[in-house]
Ligand binder design. Structure first.
Ligand code: UN1
Length: 504
């Protein structure tokens, strides 16, 4: 069996995926094999949840919720603190497993675990800050306030590319808020989920609770059950726009809530006075980091025509030095794409971009000599924002367009259906502030002189338009995991009605 699985306490190559410490095996569904995208070899098999075991998981999460919601929030924070501590201890092997299963380089795998640790710390702090407002009542001897209560057992559906951090953004906050949860991970990264569930099981056992964190490995069928299940008041979904639309529709039809983190088509504007050294480094990380498979990856560059050629020359030179290879080796900068279909989509997008007038400046070559799912990151210069440029292709393709005026750049920037992350590189205060103003970027995240990816957990993460409007992680995103109650207390001896109504 693989060494890293043993380091994470997973004793077998055949893992049942489960809800709690007693249910590791016999979850009843089909077995799926987690493949290493680097060489296409199997890592281990995981058993999916079937509809029967799904039912017992939801019952467990519902029963556990009734107890968990009564535990004071700072005490719930203790559990999240211990989750963070175990992640600190297992940062290296868990980061390695993420790298093995998703193909992202190890530095990014370990970075993802750090992101989990950070959100746990954040949630622990928040566990003493679930503040509600007090409101001035219009009636004498009355007091109004807002109280935040736990919401229920929630559903968390995550994607392959951040198989751990995105769960933790939801899970650390939800657990601290008093919710229990059922996690449906991507079927492309089930092992990472099993390892994390294993760790969560131990933390829950140490605290004498169960069913706060539950896992239901499966394909779309399990996601569909969660969306249709009226016992689940909130479904947090990360994935494609197309699936997100179905999730929104199904959950809304039972009047449930969603948090949607869907596609991005993130651009960087590089102005005539930008620091090109900074811009090139940020673009490289944004466009080829995680092999272009972040929802925050940089996909479009909108550069002022006076510096366009200089920027392109530097980017092409930087791309030539990219080392493709085994994600676990320290010298590797870019690993494989997740599947053969992802490779095919990248190749076809480049072909379409070229067919619609684009010029392939570098990359795009298949590299079977490195591994079956390797393609060199590509830069394509395009004369205008054609259809393919407006689509999100989950691969390292960078489209470059040139502009003349900042207004034109912002218009191009916003002329896509997605609205997740954005950036401007400029030394002009006016241009920077314009980009951040109401007439600037229409995205949920807008940065100045840093790239589109690699957000810190302290801010609310999410985007507008077809990105879905959800917010996770920092700031006041915790409010989505709770229900708000407006309380009016009459401590006097009369019963004045609001709006001055006299009744009887
Ligand atoms: C994602 O790609 O789904 O900002 C999340 C970033 C990371 C999270 C990406 N902190 O790039």
């Amino acid at each position: 069996m693989n060494n890293v699985l043993a380091k994470l306490g997973l004793e077998s190559d055949n893992l049942g995926a489960c809800s709690g410490p007693d249910h590791w095996l016999n979850v009843g569904g089909e077995w799926i094999t987690s493949l290493n995208p680097f060489d296409g070899e199997p890592i281990a098999r995981v058993q999916c949840t079937n509809s029967g075991s799904y039912e017992s998981i939801v019952v467990q999460a519902s029963v556990s919720f009734r107890h968990w919601r009564t535990i004071p929030a700072p005490k719930r924070g203790d559990l999240v603190r211990d989750l963070g501590e175990s992640l600190r201890r297992l940062k290296e092997p868990l980061g390695e497993l993420i790298s093995l299963e998703t193909g992202k380089i190890k530095a990014e795998g370990v970075g993802e675990v750090q992101e989990m640790i950070d959100i746990c710390d954040f949630a622990v702090g928040l566990s003493r800050q679930l503040y509600g407002l007090t409101i001035a009542s219009e009636r004498p001897e009355h007091r109004m306030s807002e109280t935040w209560h736990p919401l229920g057992p929630i559903g968390i559906v995550t994607a392959f590319n951040f198989p751990a951090a995105v769960w933790s953004w939801n899970a650390a906050l939800a657990a601290m808020c008093g919710d229990t949860m059922i996690w449906k991970p991507s079927e492309l990264a089930p092992l990472t989920a099993v390892a994390i569930q294993h760790l969560a099981n131990r933390v829950m056992a140490d605290h004498g609770v169960q069913g706060v964190f539950c896992l239901a490995v499966g394909k779309g069928d399990i996601g569909a059950l969660l969306c249709a299940d009226s016992r689940i008041p909130l479904v947090s979904f990360t994935g494609s726009v197309a699936t997100g639309r179905t999730v929104a529709h199904v959950v809304a039809s039972r009047l449930g809530r969603t948090i949607l983190e869907l596609g991005g088509n993130n651009a960087i504007i590089v102005t005539e006075n930008a620091d090109l050294d900074l811009a090139v480094r940020a673009i490289l990380f944004g466009a080829v980091g995680t092999a272009g498979q972040r929802c925050t990856s940089t996909r479009r560059i909108i550069v002022h025509e006076s510096v366009g050629d200089a920027l392109i020359a530097r980017l092409v030179a930087a791309y030539k030095s990219i080392v493709l290879g085994d994600p676990l080796l320290p010298e590797t900068l870019v690993g494989p794409l997740i599947t053969a279909q992802a490779v095919a989509k990248m190749v076809s997008a480049i072909e379409r971009a070229v067919a619609s007038g684009g010029t392939l400046l570098t990359g795009g070559t298949l590299r079977p000599d490195v591994g079956p799912q390797f393609v060199e990151p590509a830069i394509v210069s395009v004369p205008s924002q054609t259809e393919v440029v407006r689509e999100e292709t989950f691969a390292p393709i960078l489209y470059v367009m040139q502009y003349q005026t900042i207004e034109q750049a912002i218009a191009l920037h916003n002329d896509v259906t997605q609205g997740l992350s954005s950036a401007i590189f400029t030394d002009s205060l006016r241009q920077a502030e314009l980009f951040l103003s109401a007439s600037g970027s229409d995205c949920g995240i807008a940065n100045v002189n840093i790239g589109t990816s690699g957000a810190e957990i302290g801010g609310a993460f999410g985007g507008e338009k077809q990105t879905g409007g959800g917010r996770e992680s920092g700031s006041d995103a915790w409010k989505s995991y709770m229900r708000r109650q407006t309380n009016t207390v009459n401590w006097g001896r009369s019963l004045p009605l609001a709006q001055g109504i006299k009744f009887g």
